[in-house]
Design a protein around this ligand. Structure first.
Ligand code: IMP
Length: 438
């Protein structure tokens, strides 16, 4: 102990990579527990930008244990490419460990993801097309190929044949695609296996041993609470559980191993892909916030939908994740606005009002935000290093958010680089907080 889980408290892209990178500095181990290369972390360090999709953010800290847990779905091509790139940039990757039980994204998963979205037409989910959903579907159907299968040609081939068998009808448009050739696919995956072999192990045991040693373990979530397959805006969700409870399942630890849960939220809202977004903005203001915040997907480059901060949804995220701390990122993007709106309630069809996040899909689709208007600020925040440096209006805004959600704010992001951050008074004493400099 202690174990700290970092989760997205919105629709993903909250800036979890940067927060994990900060906490990773003091952590002994960093563990990814769900999702795959649908995620994208951008980390700015020493003037260099890193875009990681599968690798735990802690990999940039040499010698730390960096685990890809059993709950992650791995595209081995993406993982080996990331390893090559890190090595090319002289990053020590010796701390990486990959769960032998993690499932593999196969070429046919990507094909099925494309075909599924094409079939849905206008109703498409807007997936990242990385094969995430079909891979988790095979896991649940017990047709998945796992990392450990890469180490045995006979087993690998047999499992690929079994996995492909019920899919041939859906894969008809790809019948001539060379990636579906059984021998070629087996050979490719065996090659990945050889390259990854030295990292493959029982990661659950490794992480439990670390916790027994009283080490600081950070569990790094991908996506966000509202994309959770059980608790998000289904069916416009990802196919895993980005909520904190999934850290236990996806890393192989118990609920008592988690001491703190940090929820990361932007100071406003964004969403990529389809689905309800009650505080969505359009027009000039949305364009301004999108440009200022660089709101384009790390993985797909798609422009993100932009909106005001939704406290109904954030309060919900705080409850389903048992958040103990909030990290608010990108506060600087709001600088220069005369007025800032913050959503505290939804209005549904026929005037119904909702103080809590509605469970029903149709209700949510018609929900629009009702707002409290707060004064903006014009000052540049980039030099602020403590809460007292912030303009009064910014402090008021943050206090309103923390009070409404009932969770203290531990960290405030005021720019992209790792030093553009404020550790708050409330963070003192938290396991993940910066050591107090006296
Ligand atoms: P999938 O995870 O690729 O199946 O996509 C399902 C939904 O989750 C789509 O709306 C995606 O845009 C969204 N999504 C998946 N990963 C991320 C992420 O890392 N950030 C934001 N949205 C994501």
């Amino acid at each position: 102990m202690p174990g700290i889980v970092i989760v997205g408290a919105q629709w993903g892209d909250e800036g979890k990579g940067k927060i994990t990178d900060l906490l990773a500095e003091r952590a002994d181990a960093i563990v990814r527990f769900q999702g795959g290369n649908n995620a994208g972390h951008t980390i700015v360090r020493d003037g260099q930008t890193w875009k990681l999709h599968l690798m735990p953010s802690g990999i940039l800290h040499p010698g730390k244990l960096c685990v890809i847990g059993n709950g992650v779905v791995i595209d081995p091509k993406v993982l080996t490419d990331e390893l090559d790139e890190l090595r090319r940039r002289r990053v020590d990757t010796s701390g990486l460990r990959i769960s032998a039980n993690a499932h593999l994204i196969m070429p046919y998963h990507m094909m099925l993801d494309h075909a599924g979205e094409a079939k849905l037409g206008k109703l498409q989910i807007g997936t990242t097309r990385r094969g995430i959903g079909p891979c988790y579907a095979d896991k649940a159907a017990r047709l998945g190929i796992r990392v450990q299968d890469l180490l045995d040609e006979k087993i690998l081939k047999k499992k690929i044949v079994a996995a492909l068998e019920p899919k041939w009808h859906s894969l008809r448009p790809f019948a001539r695609d060379p990636r579906l050739d059984l021998q070629a696919m087996t050979d490719d995956y065996l090659t990945y296996g050889h390259r990854l072999e030295r990292y493959i192990t029982d990661t659950s045991r490794l992480v439990l041993d670390k916790l027994d040693e009283d080490a600081l373990v950070v569990f790094e979530g991908a996506q966000g609470a509202l994309l959770d397959i059980d608790h998000g805006t289904y069916p416009f969700v990802t196919s895993s559980n980005p909520v904190a409870g999934a850290a236990c399942i996806g890393a192989g630890v118990g609920p008592k191993d988690i001491d703190e849960v940090w929820g990361v939220t932007k100071a406003y809202g964004t969403r990529v892909g389809s689905g309800p977004f009650p505080t969505e903005l359009e027009g000039e203001l949305a364009d301004l916030m999108r440009e200022r915040g660089g709101e384009y997907g790390t993985t797909t480059g798609r422009p993100r939908r932009v909106g005001w901060l939704d406290l109904v949804a954030l309060h919900y995220a705080a409850r389903i994740n048992s958040l103990t701390a909030l990290a608010v990122t990108k506060l600087d993007v709001l600088s220069g606005l005369d007025q800032i709106s913050v959503c505290t309630r939804y209005r549904g069809a026929e005037g119904a009002e909702f103080d809590y996040f509605p469970y029903h899909q149709s209700v949510l689709h018609h929900a629009v935000g009702e707002y409290v208007e707060m004064p903006g600020w014009s000052e540049d925040l980039s030099e602020c290093r403590s809460e007292s440096d912030l303009p009064a209006a910014a402090r008021e805004y943050l206090a309103f958010v923390a009070d409404f959600v009932g969770v203290p704010i531990a960290l405030i992001g005021i720019g992209p680089s790792r030093d553009e951050i404020i550790w708050t008074e409330a963070s003192r004493g938290m396991a993940g907080a910066a050591p107090v400099v006296s």
